[in-house]
Structure formats: C-alpha cells, structure tokens
Write a protein that binds this ligand. Structure first.
Ligand SMILES: [Zn+2]
Length: 260
C-alpha cells in the first residue's frame, strides 16, 4: 500500500454501501470485506438445475442460470438500491468482479461462453440514470474472464414500465417483445464460424425471470445458439431449492419467490 494511497484514503475515506462502515485502505471496492463475506450466497452454480434455470423451463431453453446472492437482508437491499438508483455503478462492477472470481474458482460456469450480453436499458432510462447497471456487471465479468461484452446484438425497442412498479403477475406481459435484435444473423454478428455460440445474458436482479426470458427469446431468433443467465441478486431470502430435478417443469414463472 503506497503512502499516496494512505493519504488519499485519509482525505477521502470510503464507506461500505451496504453497512455504512468505513472501508479499510487495504480493501478494494465499495463493499467492506465483512459484508462481502456475509452476503447470503445462493450457491446456484453448485446445483445441477438452479431455481432460476427452472423458471425458464418450457419457456426458453437455457443452459445454466445463476445468481450471486439472495435479495433478503436490509444490507443487500441497500446495496442494490444504490447500484440501481443512486448513481453508484461501481457497486455493480465490484460485485460482478467478485462473483466472477468465485464462479471461476468453484465451477466451470464460464466454459464455452462466447459473449456476454448485458440486458439493454432503453436509452431514455440510461440517459436519466447516466449508465446501465447491466453494462457494469458485464464489464466486471469480462475483466475477470476475458469474455467479450457484446452490446451490439440486441437492443430495447420500447421503454416499458419499470418491473418494480408492476404486479408480479403482470411482469411477463410488461416485458414481452421489448427487445429487438440489432443483427440479422450470426454472420452479421461475426460469429458464423463459431459452432452454437453461447451467450451469457446478465442483469442485476431476477424476480420472475421475465426480463431475462424475453431477452433470451429475442436472441434465439439468431438461430443455433445457446443461452445462459447470470444476475447479482435473486429474490426472497433463503428460498429452499426445489427438490427433485425431474419435477414437472414449472412453466408458470409466477409464484416462485424470485424478484426482479
Ligand atoms: Zn459493509
């Protein structure tokens, strides 16, 4: 730790966005190590079929689907609010780096992924907020894994009502058809030589999975591709993992306690 860093830390102390405690100068980022350690992790990457993946069954084929932590405690909720609404894109970036590191250490989750696709935000909302939190998450993962981010493949054609303002049962219709391919084909994406390109769609929070599903359905129009999903947060606290993997696929995306 250089003297300059110590001086900068003295003059501009950093505080954890989750608990508000001061962050030690040797710690990186905007979340303290205690909060990072105590994040209620989902462990989805260790399951054969995660609850998030099961939300997609019968709706859109998904290879793998993971979330970093449950959106359960007040600290986590504060962190997410700051990431989304209070102009702190570095929170998303930092948490994405930490999660990508953990996934790489504990699983083969990123193996074979061709490109990372941040869920697009309508330009009006991006302008209002100054950034798209999904872009920050995509960038954090890319920095750790070296997988390229592709923002040129899918866009948002209309500005739907925010999912947080819509009832759970209406979320799927709210986002149906809001995404639009910007490319006509895999060749147009420069991926014609890649066999079954594998896209990783990333977003901040998953509730009903509706936004991710809608984005995946649009990407599927490109043809022979594979899709996986990653979010930082999943709803509901320590939701019991559905037991038997051969349970009848739940094609209703409602009723499972995940948030968006
Ligand atoms: Zn903290």
């Amino acid at each position: 730790m250089s003297v300059l860093t110590d001086i900068a830390d003295f003059l501009f102390p950093r505080f954890c966005v989750m608990c508000g405690e001061r962050i030690a100068s040797q710690e990186k980022g905007c979340v303290c190590s205690v909060c990072l350690m105590n994040l209620p992790r989902t462990g989805y990457h260790l399951l054969e079929h995660s609850p998030l993946e099961k939300l997609c069954w019968g709706v859109v084929p998904v290879e793998r689907a993971v979330s970093f932590f449950y959106y359960s405690t007040s600290e986590v909720k504060d962190g997410i609010r700051s990431l989304k609404y209070f102009g702190k894109p570095d929170v998303a970036l930092h948490l994405a780096r930490v999660y990508a590191d953990e996934l790489r250490l504990e699983s083969s989750f990123f193996d074979g992924v061709t490109a990372i696709i941040p869920v697009p935000l309508h330009w009006m909302r991006s302008m209002g907020r100054g950034y798209n939190q999904s872009d920050c998450i995509a960038r954090g993962i890319s920095e750790v894994t070296g997988i390229p981010v592709r923002k040129d493949i899918v866009g948002r054609k209309r500005n739907n009502v925010s999912q947080t303002k819509v009832r759970r049962t209406e979320r799927r219709t709210n986002v149906a058809g809001v995404f639009k391919l910007k490319k006509r084909s895999l060749k147009d994406c420069g991926l014609e030589s890649v066999e079954m390109p594998h896209f990783l769609i990333v977003d901040d929070v998953a509730t009903t999975g509706s936004t991710l599903i809608s984005c995946a359905q649009e990407l599927m129009k490109l043809g022979d591709i594979r899709v996986s999903l990653l979010t930082l947060a999943a709803a509901g606290g320590r939701t019991p993992v559905p037991a038997a993997e051969n349970d009848a696929p739940d094609t209703s995306v409602f009723g499972i306690p995940l948030i968006e």
